[in-house]
Design a protein around this ligand. Structure first.
Ligand code: ATP
Ligand code: MG
Length: 331
């Protein structure tokens, strides 16, 4: 069963200057129980997608068009406030830099209890029992619920934010860069914990990260975003093992976790200008394989013959050859 279906989502930010076209016709869907990854470099529109889904865009951000269906309801027809109310019960959100946004002058336990009180009519005792239970679930000592954020390490603070997000037993967990800024060992522990909880609660996961290796380890399916466009999409096995899009190939080479024997190579060039809606392929000026056609239009995201694999590239039919060329060391 499809839990979340996003179709042709377009989000822009108004600025004093030209608008920023941050998300351009993004479509993807997440089935119940699936771990879904959203990958892409900084500025590719990952957080904007999450905020649009949740009705949490900043004031200058707007959903221009598209549909967002959650559990059969089109959320775009609701006001941001209505959407937030519906979603809060069903979707847990761990925002980017969540662990830094805990209130420093309130105990961690009080913060979680407050979140519970806002949405559930429960007694004080019940709320704090739940806080202790949540601390245990995320691997924190329940006797520390009266500690303040600064008394915890970064990894532990992130566990607190996860506990808070889980308080209402969501169907979908959206985690935006939950491990960024943590050291590698703590990262692994946090990811393991999210997976363990997700499995236990039988919820779906939307994991947003620029670290493609984390998605390879944890997700079933993914979308790769670039310049607010989905470049490639499908099962992790298809997309990351046999990428058909030069952007994915470049991204893969820049993450040594996947091909451990190779040195990472960052993709040369800088991200696209988002002040205009894309007329050429958004990756054209950085793509080693670009042809004239690539300068004329952005390619459609098309289904590939193998199941669960889509790619937006004018040269998708030559993907196997491009992959070989991309692997050739530069001479
Ligand atoms: P990161 O990996 O750095 O978190 P991201 O993929 O989450 O990046 P977004 O934060 O969604 O990217 O930003 C997408 C684009 O929209 C970027 O070019 C960003 O500068 C721009 N943007 C984000 N928020 C605003 C805003 N409030 N006003 C104007 N532009 C914005
Ligand atoms: Mg972000």
């Amino acid at each position: 069963m499809t839990l979340l279906n996003v179709e042709d989502l377009k989000v822009t930010y108004a600025t004093d200057d030209e608008p920023v076209h941050a998300v351009n016709d993004v479509s993807f869907s997440i089935d119940e129980g699936v771990n879904y990854g959203l990958a892409g470099e900084s500025g590719s529109g990952k957080s904007t997608v999450a905020e649009a889904l949740l009705g949490l865009l900043p004031n200058n951000g707007a959903v221009e068009s598209g549909t967002i269906e959650f559990d059969g309801t089109d959320l775009t027809s609701l006001s941001d406030a209505e959407r937030r109310d519906i979603l809060w019960e069903d979707i847990a959100y761990i925002p980017q830099s969540a662990m830094d946004s805990l209130d420093p002058v309130m105990t961690t336990g009080d913060q979680i209890a407050q979140a519970i009180h806002t949405h559930r009519n429960v007694t004080e005792t019940k709320a704090y029992d739940r806080v202790r239970e949540l601390f245990e679930i995320v691997g924190l000592d329940p006797d520390r619920i009266d500690d303040y954020p600064h008394e915890f390490s970064g990894g532990m603070r992130q566990r607190v934010t996860i506990a808070m997000a889980l308080a209402l037993e969501p169907d979908l967990i959206i985690a935006d860069e939950p491990t960024t800024g943590l050291d590698v060992i703590v990262q692994d522990k946090i990811i393991d914990k999210i997976l363990e909880i997700q499995e236990r609660m039988d919820s779906s996961l939307l994991l947003i990260t620029h670290e493609i290796g984390v998605i390879a380890e944890t997700c079933d399916e993914l979308s790769i975003l670039y310049g607010g466009k989905v470049m490639e999409q499908g099962s992790v096995d298809n997309v990351l093992v046999n990428p058909t899009n030069p952007y994915t190939m470049g991204l893969k080479n820049s993450f040594p976790e996947i091909d451990e024997d190779e040195d990472p190579v960052a993709i040369p060039g800088s991200p696209p200008n988002l002040n205009r809606e894309p007329t050429a392929c958004v990756f054209e000026d950085r793509c080693p394989f670009a042809t004239d056609e690539c300068g004329e239009s952005h390619p459609e995201l098309v289904d590939l013959p193998n199941r669960n694999h889509r790619s937006a590239c004018h040269r998708v039919k030559e993907a196997a050859q491009l992959r070989r060329d991309a692997d050739e060391p530069e001479t």
